[in-house]
Design a protein around this ligand. Structure first.
Ligand code: CIR
Length: 260
């Protein structure tokens, strides 16, 4: 079955890292309500939600996606680009120890999971303020034995590759072409975000379902017109921390073991 690892909103979230946005007040109660709704959506689309303990001193710890990349064959523990986020990997690595052989991204490489878009055996890796070329090389070297094709992709204007592009249906990418070029994804079909909603390219596809923020109605209409009926979730508070729907879970196949 599919497991979705999540972590609660930290009480320190108001001190989160910010790169492209100016700080605006995060309503922690509302953020927690929205996170519960997100977890309900994960359950609805077929995941068993496993929640790690809260991290009161790690402001960005709800964004578990950035701490690991879980593939069928192994789990890659990242070395997050923001120094404040590096301690987040410890609890995630412990949990993943029960599921996959693990290896770590090592200095001088930095990698945030939000920069990795996996489509089949292709791993598109955003070159951003958080993820560098050394990480692309380490991924390529370590994953070649399983046939992964690891490609570095330049990204400008946003935090992570998956802020700019995600897969919303087999072979179809939802993209903001101002932040990442289509030419890096040969053979795909594209759906562009509405120009009034630049942050609307982050969708979470699980099986044939798509979890999508309720705050981007124009792009949602484009998805629906293209035959994608998203499960909407309110995500206004994580958006103030430059997070979206992919960032708040790590989803992977695991045997059905109710104990973990
Ligand atoms: C950060 O700057 O690291 C957090 N405030 C937001 C991380 C969002 N993660 C993601 O898009 N994968």
């Amino acid at each position: 079955m599919l497991v979705a690892v999540t972590r609660p909103i930290s009480p320190a979230m108001t001190r989160c890292e910010l790169t492209h946005l100016t700080r605006s007040p995060i309503d922690l109660d509302r953020a927690r309500q929205q996170h519960r709704e997100y977890e309900r959506a994960l359950t609805e689309v077929g995941c068993r939600v496993v929640t790690l303990p809260e991290e009161p001193d790690l402001p960005d710890s709800v964004f578990v996606e950035d701490t690991a990349l879980v593939l069928a064959e192994c789990a890659v523990i990242t070395r997050p680009g923001a120094v404040s986020r590096r301690p987040e990997t410890t609890a995630v690595e412990q949990l993943l120890a029960g599921h996959r052989p693990r290896w770590r991204i090592e200095e001088p490489a930095t990698l945030d999971g939000g920069d990795v878009l996996r489509v089949g055996r292709a791993l598109f890796v955003g070159l951003t303020g958080r993820t560098n070329a050394a990480a692309v090389h380490q991924l390529r070297d370590r994953l070649a034995e399983w046939g992964y094709d690891v490609r570095g992709v330049p990204v400008v204007g946003c935090l992570h590759l998956k802020s700019a592009v995600t897969e919303v249906a087999a072979g179809t990418l939802l993209i903001n072409p101002a932040w990442v070029g289509r030419e890096h994804f040969p053979g795909f079909d594209f759906l562009e975000v509405d120009p009034a909603e630049p942050a609307a390219a982050n969708a979470l596809r699980i099986g044939d379902r798509v979890i999508y923020p309720a705050e981007h109605p124009r792009t949602r209409d484009r998805l629906v017109a293209a035959g994608v009926e998203p499960r909407l979730v309110p995500a206004s508070e994580v958006a103030k921390a430059e997070g979206g729907v992919t960032c708040c879970s790590l989803v992977f196949e695991a045997p059905d073991r109710p104990d973990r």
